[in-house]
Design a protein around this ligand. Structure first.
Ligand code: NAP
Length: 263
């Protein structure tokens, strides 16, 4: 356990499911005080209840992070509950697929608003609560899709995830004067509820394309986020940490097969 996270006040957006749930539980286990945010209060509360049942401190809150009001309200709630805000995990995101030829302006805007506009709005709201304290941590959940790779159907998603890293770099420079660091995690294929429902043959193909030959766990993304949120990472800012089992490394697919000939 990272001792410096004890009692820290943390917001995890998109904390009710998948990677966000893993991050929220990770902070709970590190004795941080967690506000789990999603649009559905019952689901956010369910994760907060899990954390409390495991001996941690947490509450659920309903907010739409694509709106200024939602972000202001969630930060206000964290400060009301825990007296301060130390860490923001801007993790909420959606990834509906649509071919470019069929993609509507509404499809594009919805993904950009939920993934990228929210990153700006959550950061701006958090900075208001953090800036007088001389320290703060913002960790953004990006993706390999967009910053590094492409995948058919995800042009809007990839643009939003690459945009998050562009936002992060300037935010890191701009907010350094307040002692606030801004970093990102770049998850590769992570086993979440949504993915677990896909056909096994498809999942096997993905795992085979990863040098470590498996999907990552949400707790493994959380471990990266916890490090970036800790005092130990005080001199790390503007960095994007890949948690992808080496997925983006092979030069060609045959590089994966050719490792067999080396043994
Ligand atoms: P998920 O299981 O579908 O969970 C998404 C979370 O975001 C839910 O808690 C959802 O709750 C919340 N959310 C969605 N829209 C919201 C909004 N407007 N306001 C507030 N909360 C909202 O997704 P996931 O797979 O864990 O993905 C989480 C993040 O990781 C995303 O940013 C995604 O791009 C990134 N990522 C995932 C993978 C992967 O393999 N799964 C890989 C790379 C990157 P409500 O619906 O209740 O609002």
């Amino acid at each position: 356990m990272i001792k410096s996270l004890e009692s820290r006040s943390v917001i995890v957006t998109g904390g009710s499911k998948g990677i966000g749930r893993g991050i929220a539980r990770g902070f709970g286990a590190a004795a941080s005080r967690v506000l789990v945010v999603s649009r559905h209060l019952d689901q956010a509360r369910a994760v907060a209840d899990e954390i409390v049942a495991a001996g941690g401190t947490a509450a659920g809150f309903a907010a739409d992070v694509s709106t200024p009001e939602g972000n202001a309200a969630m930060v206000e709630r964290a400060v009301e509950l825990y007296g301060t805000l130390d860490i923001l995990c801007a993790n909420a995101g959606i990834y509906p697929a649509a071919a470019i030829e069929e993609m509507t302006v509404e499809d594009f805007d919805k993904v950009m608003n939920t993934n990228l506009r929210s990153t700006f709005l959550s950061t701006a709201a958090a900075v208001k609560a953090m800036k007088g304290k001389g320290r703060g941590r913002i960790i953004i959940t990006s993706s390999t899709t967009g910053p590094i790779t492409g995948y058919p159907g995800w042009a809007h998603y990839g643009a939003s995830k690459a945009g998050q890293l562009g936002f992060m770099r300037t935010a890191a420079v701009e907010l350094a004067r307040y002692g606030i660091t801004v970093n990102a995690v770049i998850p590769g294929p992570i086993m979440t509820d949504g993915l677990a429902e896909l056909p096994q043959a498809f999942l096997d193909k993905i795992a085979a394309a990863v040098p470590l030959k498996r999907f990552g766990g949400v707790d493994e993304v959380a471990n990266g986020v916890l490090f970036l949120a800790s005092d130990e990472a005080a001199y790390v800012t503007g960095h994007a940490l890949s948690v992808d089992g080496g997925m983006t490394l092979p030069e060609f697919e045959m590089a994966l097969d050719d490792t067999a000939s080396l043994t």
